[in-house]
Design a protein around this ligand. Structure first.
Ligand code: PLP
Length: 370
């Protein structure tokens, strides 16, 4: 039964009334939940997506924008740029809209990595920029995370050479879910941005619960040599539509624009605009993510498995078994979990899902680890 049919059936049977009386999150979950997990049998907890997106408001915009899909997106883009500039407190010249933040990462990797440019990054971290830059001749300094699985900024700073063009900081880091101490990160950026551009990947920034945690956009505004990437794929739930953006000083933004190849599309642009206005869904996503993450922690605590407290929508935990084996065993239970993150082969990354999906994950993991 498709979820939408299930919802209608629940309504007809009067079974949804309990949820409605509960109000709040559960009632909203009925509106937003769209994953037909019963149909396709696979619980997808491997790509850090938001299972509740797109919101109802955004879905309506998708439908209404269909007639415009015969038009090129350039006329629709400026108003999105304006909205992003306003949200981030920068000028329109600071904004580069991209096909997912992946395109922003690859554009920067290409521009700064060409001709043997060196890039410093943590290990493990999100690889998209690094692999792309390597293809075009960049040299990547991979600096192991510390014992707390956090980025080792001191060690990263020591790897700077005269050829270093960019330092990649993924914060919160994928796959570890850790964040840097706020002042340490700002100090690092201001200490080293005269030697290399610092790229702050803030794909999971919205999930950080620490109060007043700064985005490095603050330093961009002060004119620092810093690029920040953000995305509509995570908290806004638009991963399949491909829209993200970079914020950088206008001279850097102009360089980056030259590296953008695919751009985004008209549906994604209109949806991103609506997503920025849909405050209810934004808050709902954050609350549901916390609920799911707490459930993952409970499961891991029950199993006495070590894990890292996460500031994102996934949890990195130690299984003690090779990740290839874990992926296979979980797949047999119809659960997809994250890929290998060398050299941590006995760790696994699990994304948050709906509570129904979290239950299934918990049952499967308990069966496998028994
Ligand atoms: C740290 C990080 N940055 C960027 C991305 C790319 O996301 P997107 O291209 O959907 O914006 C991801 C995707 O999972 C990610 O984990």
């Amino acid at each position: 039964m498709k979820n939408i049919d299930r919802r209608q059936w629940l309504k007809k049977a009067g079974l949804s009334s309990g949820f409605v009386f509960l109000g709040g999150l559960d009632a909203m979950a009925l509106d937003f939940s769209s994953r037909p997990i019963i149909d396709n049998k696979l619980v997808q907890l491997n790509s850090n997506e938001n299972p509740y997106g797109p919101s109802k408001r955004v879905r309506d915009i998708i439908t209404n924008t269909f007639d415009n899909a015969c038009r090129y997106p350039f006329r629709a883009l400026p108003s999105l740029v304006e909205m992003i500039a306003e949200k981030e407190g920068v000028t329109k010249d600071h904004v580069v809209v991209t096909g997912g933040s992946t395109e922003g990462l690859t554009a920067a990797g290409l521009i700064y990595g060409l001709d043997g440019g060196e890039i410093i990054a943590a290990d493990p971290t999100f690889q998209v920029m690094l692999r792309y830059a390597e293809t075009f001749g960049a040299y990547i300094h991979r600096v192991p995370v510390n014992n707390e699985m956090a980025l080792d900024l001191d060690a990263m700073g020591k790897r700077i050479t005269s050829k270093t063009r960019l330092i990649f900081i993924c914060n919160p880091n994928n796959p570890t879910g850790t964040i840097l101490e706020k002042n340490k990160l700002k100090d690092f950026c201001t200490s080293f941005d005269d030697q290399a551009v610092i790229f702050s990947d803030e794909a999971y920034y919205d999930f950080i619960t620490e109060p007043d945690y700064p985005s490095m956009v603050e330093l961009v505004k002060e004119g620092h040599n810093i690029i920040v990437s953000k995305t509509f794929s995570k908290v806004f739930g638009l991963a399949g539509l491909r829209v993200g953006y970079l914020i950088a000083r206008p001279d850097i933004a102009t360089r980056l624009k030259a590296g953008v190849m695919a751009n985004t599309n008209i549906l994604a642009i209109e949806d991103a605009k609506e997503a920025l206005k849909d405050d209810d869904f934004y808050k709902f996503s954050i609350a549901k993510n916390k609920e799911a993450k707490d459930h993952i922690y409970d499961t891991l605590d029950d199993l006495e498995l070590k894990y890292i407290k996460s500031h994102s929508n996934f949890v990195f935990f130690k299984t003690g078994r090779h990740i290839d084996e874990m992926i296979g065993l979980m797949k047999k239970e119809n659960i997809l979990i994250g890929r290998p993150f060398p050299p941590m082969y006995d760790w696994a990354r699990i994304s948050t899902g709906t509570m129904e999906e979290m239950e299934l994950f918990g049952q499967a993991l308990k069966k496998i680890m028994a």
